[in-house]
Design a protein around this ligand. Structure first.
Ligand SMILES: C[S@@+](CC[C@H](N)C(=O)[O-])C[C@H]1O[C@@H](n2cnc3c(N)ncnc32)[C@H](O)[C@@H]1O
Length: 205
């Protein structure tokens, strides 16, 4: 499903990469700034032991995936921006690690992911997903028994992103909204860490 709102989002992130804005290739000070939304606490919450099948929703150009290529068995990156996906493939091809890598281009939760995962994570992406209940129901359906989902929810973004002449839709994703969206799914709250710019949340099956 590619409606007008999703098209705008894909267009924006396609163009960011084409404009040479690739967080995977950021200098160290910019990487440290981006860590304020996730960083080591977020990676630790993934709880990876090397055996997991992992799905990232909104993988972008592979900024976070780059640090887990040796800590999971399999990594699948999903993103609605085809240009980001192509860049992620190139970026992650240069990262050593035993994880098998594959990529899907489509809009979550509409793209039909036909696999199940031990760990699903997403950073700085849920703000673009309008139907949080459909997203959480889809996540629950994609998790293997004992699986977990870890989200970084942006605290700073309340309104649509205005970037030059591009307006990118934002649907605020507070922890309360996420918990309400989980009603009717088997997902249970497990852990929450407050950072200045983001709330990190873990839910388990
Ligand atoms: C702010 S970027 C974050 C990228 C990456 N998670 C990171 O932290 O570096 C948001 C990403 O989510 C993707 N995205 C937005 N809405 C999406 C959706 N419904 N399904 C899949 N990807 C989506 C965008 O294309 C973009 O790559």
């Amino acid at each position: 499903m590619m409606n007008e709102m999703i098209r705008k989002i894909a267009f924006h992130y396609d163009n960011l990469v084409l404009e040479d804005n690739d967080p995977f290739r950021d200098p160290p000070e910019m990487k440290a700034y981006m860590d304020e939304w996730d960083g080591p606490e977020f990676i630790a919450m993934l709880g990876l032991t090397g055996r997991e099948k992992v799905l990232e929703i909104g993988c972008g150009t592979g900024r976070l995936a780059g640090s887990i290529m040796n800590s999971c068995k399999e990594y699948v990156g999903l993103d609605v921006s085809s240009v980001s996906i192509e860049r992620a493939k190139v970026n992650l091809a240069g990262v050593p690690g035993k994880a098998a890598r594959s990529f899907l281009c489509g809009a979550f939760p509409y793209y039909p992911v036909k696999r199940k995962f031990d760990v699903i994570f997403s950073a700085l992406t849920f703000l673009h997903i309008e139907d949080k209940a459909a997203a959480m129901a889809c996540i629950a359906s994609l998790l293997l028994p004992g699986g977990r989902v870890i989200l970084s929810l942006d605290k700073t973004r309340e309104e649509d992103i205005v970037y030059g002449d591009r307006i990118v839709p934002v649907f605020r994703d507070t922890p309360v909204r996420i918990m309400k969206a989980c009603a009717g799914t088997p997902l249970k709250f497990a852990k929450r860490i407050e950072k200045e710019k983001a709330t990190l949340m873990m839910l388990t099956l």
